[in-house]
Design a protein around this ligand. Structure first.
Ligand code: PBG
Length: 334
């Protein structure tokens, strides 16, 4: 809805500052409104009881055992945050990531416990093998190759065990070809037609995942993720990735990371008009925390500015470690 600029009055008739003079008028003409209902809060589950261990590179983020996760989820829900996404760190890892598709795996048991105690919260699961494989790769490895089709079959199995344990939505984060289709087919076949898929559709091979790999204990033991995650230089390719996932049945498409890819978020939203999510990733969080600790930026101000920019770019949903802090601020301003 861009106006033809030649028809817009110029200075001194127009003075753009008129609508900036007070907070009241600013809030009345504000174009983007951040809301607590936009947020999805990521949580890391570890084995044990009473575990609440801070991730050193992510102040304020904790690895928690199931009992603590249940309490955390109750708090998240009471803040008005509608959804969480679970990442599981299993007791033992192996070559084929068995813990990922174990009916009684860590995420599956978490789902059962949280569903029972906090039934109103929407539970999303990250579907990937990297936290469950001994080599830290997202799929099955042969020699130096990360296999596509063999891995996809396991990811579908993983998604099915999540749905069976109470997941309300599954989110494949691997970036292998054809995984959305495989997951959709298996879920439908097993009676889970109504469980949506939020695909990590345009996920880049990014340096901003560094702190997450500490939190999820999923650093690859050799090589990297460049043979499946996207090259940061590409955006047309992101549109192909998204188009393909939509064709395969994705209900929500995600761009990840968020801040270095605001242009991609914008193009994806414009091109497809799909419910669009953006993952404000670990490195983006840690940069703010580190700078704020040094006294170099104001944590709350920078946080709200970043989250607003992600929404302004076109994201409907934001996965963010800031969810609780931002919800507190938004709640106070009501
Ligand atoms: C893979 C996965 C990753 C993240 C979410 N899902 C890491 C990776 O691809 O290496 C990163 C999230 C973040 O950095 O906050 N299971």
């Amino acid at each position: 809805m861009r106006n033809d600029r030649t028809q817009i009055a110029g200075y001194p008739i127009a003075r753009l500052r008129r609508l900036r003079m007070t907070e009241t008028i600013r809030s009345m003409v504000r174009e983007t409104e951040l809301s607590t209902s936009d947020f999805i809060y990521p949580l890391f589950v570890v084995p044990g009881k009473g575990v609440r261990k801070e991730v050193s590179s992510m102040p304020g983020v904790f690895q928690m055992s199931i009992d603590q996760i249940v309490r955390e989820c109750a708090e998240v829900y009471s803040l008005g945050i509608p959804a969480v996404i679970f990442f599981g760190i299993p007791e033992t890892k192996d070559e084929v990531g068995s813990g990922a598709y174990d009916e009684h795996g860590i995420v599956q048991e978490t789902l059962r416990a949280v569903k029972r105690e906090v039934p109103g919260l929407l539970l999303i699961t990250d579907v990937c093998l990297c936290e469950y494989t001994s080599h830290g790769h997202c799929g099955i490895v042969r020699g130096n190759e990360i296999l596509n089709d063999d891995s996809v079959a396991l990811l579908a199995k993983e998604a099915l065990t999540h749905a069976a344990a109470g997941a309300d939505m599954v989110a494949p984060s691997d970036m292998f070809d054809g995984r959305v289709k495989a997951i959709r087919a298996l879920l439908d076949d097993q009676g889970f037609q109504n469980i949506p898929i939020m695909s990590y559709a345009a996920k880049y091979a990014s340096g901003f995942y560094g702190p997450f790999r500490e939190a999820a204990e999923s650093t690859p033991q050799f090589g990297d993720r460049r043979s499946h995650q996207m090259d940061p230089a590409n955006s047309l390719e992101a549109l192909r990735e998204v188009a393909q996932d939509i064709q395969e049945g994705a209900d929500i498409v995600m761009v990840k990371p968020a801040l270095s890819y605001l242009d991609v978020i914008h193009r994806v939203k414009r091109e497809f008009g799909m419910p669009t999510a953006a993952y404000n990733v670990s490195g983006e969080y840690s940069l703010v925390k580190a700078a704020a600790r040094m006294g170099w930026v104001d944590n709350d101000r920078v946080m709200m500015e970043m989250l607003t920019s992600i929404k302004r770019a076109g994201a409907d949903l934001i996965l963010t470690y800031f969810a609780k802090e931002a919800a507190n601020i938004l709640g106070r301003s009501r």
